[in-house]
Design a binder for this molecule. Structure first.
Ligand code: NAD
Length: 351
């Protein structure tokens, strides 16, 4: 199997590339523009591997995408390249529109040109990887869950740009008949997560005895999924998902942000004891505008139709993640400068 992964130097993309190359034995071409979020160090496990190639290219570059796809002749394209950080989308939406919307369009067109020339058109798959944030916000009623038919209602420039790209992917299936599948996943966590995101930011700030910024009162609920569970789900959806369909991915691990931060403090206090409990470092900061209250996924379609199950529960996953950051300073230290919260403006707004 020959697979193109866009965004493969990012957090989820690199977990997917490791899974496809090292566990599944597929031949992979990673395409990535290496923005601030892309990092070749995240692909160290496949560096020099006979089944892995890397192409430094931008998905907005139509000629580069045409050439890469026609040269590599993939059986599958798994599209993860995106601008992904909600806070950045609020202060600078342009990159989100250009990469997530225009870039996805450009990639779809290059893929369509290649697919048109294939003899066995039905064997090809294009997987568009997206987020549950396209569905907006849920009430606290535990029965309320995001399902594949939940109407789109995005709140942030990030989720609006992802919603637009989902619609493009679905339209390219309906209009041109391309075998495209869409997946919408909840919040991921795990190794190689860029230090601006809640979980790695909290682990590293707590480790260094710095403030732990938490938006609002920390009541916002997210449904956390260990990144390797997501990588397995994406492989399965690309292999067995029905073209034109959507699959929601989530691990049934709902947690309030404040409970996530407290849990990380407890794990770190046990693994690296300090005189004072790290929970004392928590600082509540002015809430993010348009901050969705709750996300929670109903993954029963993926579980029942494709037989996927999340393997990691939150407690075991967070323990593994904290331990990974303790063991892998070589990866995060060069990225850390300014990402203790200052660069994001989080600490200036301490309430
Ligand atoms: P990330 O920010 O860690 O990685 C994105 C990667 O895309 C980076 O390597 C970056 O260099 C690359 N990239 C950005 N713009 C590009 C461009 N124009 N051309 C080529 N490459 C470009 O993001 P992530 O968290 O790994 O998310 C990957 C995908 O999964 C995204 O599409 C995101 O919307 C989706 N997703 C993320 C989560 C999550 O919790 N992180 C949850 C659900 C879905």
């Amino acid at each position: 199997m020959r697979v193109i992964v866009t965004g493969g130097a990012g957090f989820i993309g690199s977990a997917l590339v490791r899974h496809l190359v090292l566990e599944q034995g597929h031949e992979v071409l990673t395409i990535d523009a290496l923005t601030y979020a892309g990092n070749l160090a995240s692909l160290r496990a496949v560096e020099g591997h006979a089944n892995h190639r890397f192409l430094h290219a931008d998905i907005r570059d139509a000629a580069a995408m045409q050439a890469a796809i026609h040269d590599f002749r993939p059986d599958r394209i798994m599209h993860l390249a995106a601008e992904s950080h909600v806070d950045r989308s609020i202060t600078g939406a342009a990159d989100f529109i250009m990469t997530n919307v225009v870039g996805t369009f450009t990639l779809l067109e290059a893929a369509r040109d290649y697919w048109n020339g294939l003899e066995d058109k039905a064997a090809f798959r294009f997987l568009h990887v997206s987020t549950d944030e396209v569905y907006g916000s849920l009430s606290e009623d535990p029965q309320a869950l995001f399902r594949e038919n939940t109407p789109y209602d995005p709140s942030s420039p990030y989720s609006a740009s992802k919603a637009a790209s989902d619609h493009l992917a679905k339209a390219w299936h309906r209009t041109y008949g391309m075998p495209i599948v869409v997946s919408n996943c909840s919040n991921n966590y795990g190794p190689y997560h860029f230090p601006e995101k809640l979980i790695p930011l909290t682990i590293l700030n707590a480790l260094e005895g710095r403030e732990l910024p938490v938006y609002g009162a920390g009541e916002n609920i997210r449904d956390w999924l260990y990144v390797e569970d997501h990588a397995r789900a994406l492989d399965l959806i690309a292999e067995r998902g029905v073209p034109g369909e959507t699959y929601n991915v989530g691990g049934r691990n709902e947690r309030r942000n404040i409970d996530v931060v407290r849990r990380i403090c407890q794990v770190l206090d046990r693994l690296v004891p300090t005189p004072r409990p790290r929970e004392e470092l928590i600082r509540f900061v002015t809430d993010r505008p348009g901050h969705d209250a709750r996300y929670a996924i109903d993954a029963s379609r993926l579980e029942n139709e494709l037989g996927w199950r999340a393997r990691e529960d939150f407690d075991s996953g967070i323990e593994k993640t904290v331990q990974w950051y303790l063991d892998n300073g070589w990866w995060w230290r060069p990225l850390r400068d300014g990402y203790g919260g200052e660069r994001l403006g989080l600490l200036e707004k301490t309430a």
